[in-house]
Write a protein that binds this ligand. Sequence first.
Ligand SMILES: [Zn+2]
Length: 132
Amino acid sequence: MSAPPTISPTDAETTLQELNLELNRLQRTIRLTIQEQLTKLVGCSFDDLKLNRELAESIHQLLESHGLRVQCMECGHPAILRVLPRGDSGGVFVFDHTIDGKRTFHGGRKTVPMIRLVAKPPRKTRRTSTQA
Ligand SMILES: [Zn+2]
């Protein structure tokens, strides 16, 4: 077996940095593409609780697979779009998020609210990860 080709730490770093930039660009494109398509649903609603719930769930699954969340229109926190039953209507769309350790719902329109996508926050409290 011949020795494997060598690479300097600097070269390795440059390669990874370039890869990172490329991935960030791709991720941004993915985010914008998803956002553009979801915008078509804004203001829409099925007059049916089950269908609305399925729609919200499908949106969430799609975002989840790309590490995304919707941004709450009221407070700006990353949130999950859900549909809660209300009266005998098709339910209401809410932003489901945890604020100060408490599960909180904002919104409550009968149609899909404005959708702005943000990166999914880290699972644990974000104290440690932001330090460079
Ligand atoms: Zn909120």
